[in-house]
Design a protein around this ligand. Sequence first.
Ligand code: G3P
Length: 223
Amino acid sequence: MEILLDTANLEQIKKYTELYDITGVTSNPTIISREKAEFWPLLLEVRKIIGDRQLHVQVTADTWEEMIKEGECIREKLGKDTYIKVPTTEQGICAMKHLKAEGANVTATAVYTTQQAMMASSAGADYVAPYFNRMNNLNVDSKKVIGDMANLFKIHDKKTKILAASFKNTEQVMDALMVGAQAVTVSVDLLTTMVENAIIDFAVEGFKKDWIKTYGDKKIYEL
Ligand code: G3P
């Protein structure tokens, strides 16, 4: 099970890669533009912070030839193992096929259907990124679609992993993992929500009070 951060915010990346076992960072043009920073210095800093963890960076071009050029440039500047995110369109599928032939890591993005996942996997994509909440907004059963993708890859012995994305709440994240997504990319707000609530605090406070009654403020290593 892999957890990635869906952000290009340097402070968030620093903080949460230290706190949790994070597989990597995903970005897209919207996420990057939110930072209002120069493109390459921002991504080079992300790479510096995350070291050899995964970094997924999306191409912006419309044609497969230009997507490949962008992908090559991303790999040159940010490391050969950087994942090139490519929209799962006709041009995108062609770019994926060529990028894989060059040995690049490829993530197929903007995935809403099982047939897109099938096409991306056939082109050799390492990950497909289905958009959970955006599917829900279209009245599409995201759980079923992701479950179908997982079955499809299993039946046909495909190595492509499912990196589910576009989450608005933790239930969606857990649903994606429960139906077979190997990885999820989430905002730091959702990650925090996973482990922060009043009931957990109440339990922890109870243990603390009982400890203090007997041992004061001593820590275990001081006894
Ligand atoms: O990584 C992109 C995906 O997470 C899109 O998310 O929130 O824009 O639907 P959102």
